[in-house]
Each structure stands twice: as C-alpha cells, then as structure tokens.
Design a binder for this molecule. Structure first.
Ligand code: GRF
Length: 217
C-alpha cells in the first residue's frame, strides 16, 4: 500500500449495498483508496458481514451507551482519526451526528441520499419516508444525490445527482429499488473524484475538475 493512499472510513447501519459498491470499485481499481474502517451503529447490520468478507476492520458503536449525541459523535470521530481517515462516507448511517463531526472532517465527509436534494431531505427524511413523500407530492422525477456533509441535515454542497423518472404504477418500494441501482453508480464515482483530488467546493457548489494525467482513469 502506498503511503499517500486515501484512507476511507465508512459509517453504516444496515444492508450496506452502497458499502459493497465502494468495495467493488476499489477492488476493480476504479477508486484509488482503501477502506480503513467500517463503523456500524447497529450490531446486526449486514454491512459488517460484507466488510468482514474482505478483512476490512469493523467496529460496532452502539449509540445507546453514550449519554448524548455529542459524546457519540466525539467517540466516532476519535476512532476515525486514530485510523488516519481522510474521507468519511456515510452509507445508510442512521444516527444523527452533531456539527462537531463536520468541523472535524471539513469537506471530508460525504453522504448519499435517495432523492434529488434539496427536495425531500432533512430530519425524518430517510428510507421509505423519502419515497412516500415523493409519491405524495406528485413529483415526476426523483433520484439520488451525493453531497458533502456540512453542519445541517442533507444541506451540504451537491457533488453528483442522478434523476429517475417516477412511473405511473410506482410504489415506495419500486422507487427505492430503482434509485438504489443508481446510488451504486454515483457514490463510487463521487469517491473516485474525491480520491483523485478533482472536487473543489466553491460556495455551495462543487466543481469537478478534469483528472490529472496518470492518476485516475
Ligand atoms: C440508501 O438508500 C441511501 O441512500 C440511504 O440509506 C440507504 C442505504 O442502503 N442513505 P444500503 O445500506 O447502502 O444498502
């Protein structure tokens, strides 16, 4: 492993299909980085099993044993810092961290959200709630968004988005499933751009610079 290889920490709580997409992209050398740790807020998250299959170090951190959100956020930050993580990927992580987290990893934390932000984001907008809200609204398009994490909830600068057309016979389940397929494409792509130093945050916008020769493909 080269010394300057980007170290990624992935925070999960569930199935981990996005984690899998990141692992696959790294193994196929699409992303120049390594996953140094996977931290789960749930003991039985399948994401932990996925990580274990590739000998990626894992840690279960139960939010319930911490007195408050601040101490949980600090504890997770410490673990990631110990590993020398340069990028944190939230991949279906269900605990809300305090602003201290974004301050500890300035423009070094990214998240995937299953809708086209800034619509259908914020507190309470997770899982099926997002897709149900989209269907209720009558929106013709939904999709997914990869964004930098700032001190708000789903408010940080947008890196990549993919739109998905809402079908007439759509249910929250079918929409979630169709969007997830695109999540698995744009999340690794955003990480690839980050790892190659191609992302530049300008105000609330993220510019994607051209790849430097010889670094990314
Ligand atoms: C995804 O839909 C993601 O957008 C959201 O949580 C879900 C995680 O799925 N943040 P998985 O655990 O990666 O399969």
């Amino acid at each position: 492993m080269s010394k300057d290889l980007l170290k990624i920490g992935v925070l999960v709580s569930g199935n981990g299909s996005n984690l899998q997409a990141i692992i696959d992209a790294i193994r196929r050398k699409k992303i120049r980085a390594e996953i140094s740790i996977v931290i789960s807020s749930k003991a039985d998250a399948y994401a932990l099993t996925r990580a274990g299959k590739y000998q990626i170090p894992t840690l279960y951190m139960n939010p319930k044993i911490y007195p408050d959100r601040d101490s949980y956020t600090c504890a997770i930050t410490d673990e990631l810092k110990k590993k020398g993580v340069g990028l944190v990927c939230l991949a279906g992580f269900m605990s809300i961290l305090t602003p201290y987290f974004a301050q500890s990893f300035p423009w070094q934390t990214i998240n995937i959200h299953p809708a086209l932000l800034p619509a259908f984001g914020g507190v309470g907008m997770y899982g099926h709630h997002v897709h149900e809200a989209v269907l209720r609204s009558g929106a013709k398009y939904s999709g997914c968004t990869v964004h930098f994490v700032d001190e708000g909830c789903d408010t940080g600068p947008i890196i990549l988005q993919q739109a998905v057309k809402v079908q007439d016979d759509e249910t929250a389940e079918t929409l979630a499933k169709r969007i997830l397929k695109y999540e698995h494409k744009i999340y690794p792509l955003a990480i690839k751009y980050f790892a190659a130093g191609q992302l530049q945050v300008v105000g609330n916008r993220v510019l994607i610079k051209k790849a430097k020769k010889g670094r990314a493909e």
